[in-house]
Design a protein around this ligand. Structure first.
Ligand code: G3P
Length: 219
C-alpha cells in the first residue's frame, strides 16, 4: 500500500520523506489555507516546492466548479510538474473533466467521494485515483471502511485500474484497516503515520537491552 501524506506543510512532508516511506502527497484548499498559502502565484510555487521534496504523485485541487474552468485550471496545475495529479471534486462537471484529462494522459484524483456509486462513476470516467473520505464518514456514524471494502469489490469485479486512495485517514487503525482491505493508497497526517511506530513493549524492551548492556560493560 502506498503512503501519501495529507498536508501542505513542507516541514511535515520533509519529515515523512526523510523517514523513507513516502510515496506521494495530497493537499486540498483547506490544507493550503492552514499553511497560509494564498494567491495564485504563491499556490503554484508551493506545489512546485512540494514536488521538489517528494518523488511521487502530488495532488493539487482545482477551485473551479464548471467544466471549462476546471480544464483551464487543471491544465495550468499539470504544467507545474509531471508529478502533479489534478484533484477534481465529485460533481457532474468534475466527471466530465476527469474524462477529458484521462483521454489526454493527465492524472486525476476524484475527491469528496462518499458512496460506492460515486466511486464507480469516477472509475468509468478514467480517474487515476478515487478519494473516499473515511474519517468524515466515521464522523457521521457511518463506517468509512465499509465504503473502502465496497469500492475494492466493485473495482476488482471489473478490473478498473483506478486506484483507491483512502482519504480523511485520521489515526493508525484507519491505516491498518485500509491495508487489510487492500486499499491501493492511504493518505493521512504525519501524526497517523508516526503513530504506527509506537508500542510500549518496544520501548521497555529497548530500555532493558540498553540497561543490560550498560551493566555488563561497566568498569
Ligand atoms: O484528503 C482529504 C482530507 O484532507 C480530509 O481530511 O481530516 O479534513 O476529513 P479531514
Amino acid at each position: 500500500m502506498k503512503f501519501f501524506i495529507d498536508t501542505a506543510s513542507l516541514k511535515d512532508i520533509q519529515e515523512a520523506q526523510d523517514l523513507g516511506i513516502l510515496d506521494g502527497v495530497t493537499t486540498n484548499p483547506s490544507l493550503m489555507a492552514k499553511e497560509g498559502i494564498s494567491g495564485k502565484n504563491n499556490i503554484m510555487r508551493h506545489y512546485k516546492a512540494i514536488c521538489d521534496i517528494v518523488d511521487g504523485d502530488v495532488s493539487a485541487e482545482v477551485i473551479a466548479t464548471t467544466f471549462k474552468e476546471m480544464i483551464t485550471e487543471g491544465e495550468e496545475l499539470a504544467e507545474i510538474d509531471e508529478q502533479i495529479v489534478v484533484k477534481i471534486p465529485m460533481i457532474k462537471d468534475g466527471i466530465k473533466a476527469i474524462k477529458y484529462f484521462s483521454e489526454r494522459g493527465i492524472k486525476t484524483n476524484c475527491t469528496l467521494v462518499f458512496s460506492a456509486g460515486q466511486a464507480l462513476l469516477a472509475a468509468k470516467a478514467g480517474a487515476t485515483y478515487v478519494s473516499p473520505f473515511v474519517g468524515r464518514l466515521d464522523d457521521i456514524s457511518s463506517d468509512g471502511m465499509i465504503l473502502i471494502e465496497d469500492i475494492r469489490t466493485i473495482y476488482d469485479n471489473y478490473g478498473f485500474e483506478t486506484q483507491i486512495l483512502a482519504a480523511s485517514v485520521r489515526h493508525p487503525l484507519h491505516i491498518l484497516q485500509c491495508a487489510k482491505i487492500g486499499s491501493d493508497v492511504m493518505t493521512g497526517p504525519l501524526s497517523a503515520i508516526m503513530a504506527l511506530l509506537n508500542h510500549p513493549l518496544t520501548d521497555s524492551g529497548l530500555a532493558k537491552f540498553l540497561a543490560d548492556h550498560a551493566k555488563a560493560n561497566a568498569k
